[in-house]
Write a protein that binds this ligand. Structure first.
Ligand SMILES: [Fe+2]
Length: 164
């Protein structure tokens, strides 16, 4: 008996292969003071996204909670969470379990960190008392990029290359 035939899928969305760290500075989207992200994949089917996060000296990514898992890999520099005593160094792998709440900071003595993150679901921003102050999901991230790329001269549709 011959092996079953495996036929190519039809209607499959195109793959993505890009230099993760872009040559064009405009690809980095400002997120906060001394904080930027570089989109790599916006997954509108399962809900989530992959990006590089870049934070320069003494920058802070405000306190947030993850309802789904996050994994990360530190490409450059180092950072830590105010809520934990470990430091993510260049080459570190990081896993943030669902329910994890934290504030990312880059110390004064680190000029720049760049970390790859794969984020499921959403980020829920909270204040010191734990009250929700905002959220981000794949759709708010797409719109944020669209606005930035339009203003930066790349054209709002530049974001479409990351959307699947
Ligand atoms: Fe996080």
């Amino acid at each position: 008996m011959s092996a079953p035939l495996i036929v190519p899928a039809t209607g499959i969305r195109p793959e993505i292969s890009v230099a993760a760290i872009p040559d064009d500075e405009r690809v980095w989207v400002p997120q906060d003071e001394r904080v930027w992200f570089r989109p790599l994949l916006f997954n509108t089917v399962s809900g989530g996204w992959c990006n590089l996060l870049r934070v320069r000296r003494s920058g802070i990514l405000s306190r947030h909670r993850h309802p789904m898992a996050v994994v990360g890999y530190v490409i450059k520099g180092r950072w830590r969470y105010l809520e934990h005593d470990w430091v993510a160094e260049e080459g570190s792998f990081v896993y943030e379990p669902p329910g994890e709440m934290h504030t990312l900071i880059v110390a004064e003595d680190c000029a720049e960190m760049i970390t790859f993150f794969s984020i499921g679901g959403a980020m829920v921003y909270v204040d010191a008392a734990g009250r929700q102050t905002g959220y981000e999901d794949v759709f708010t991230k797409i719109e944020m990029c669209r606005e930035h790329y339009a203003a930066a001269g790349l054209g709002g549709d530049y974001v479409e290359r990351f959307v699947r």
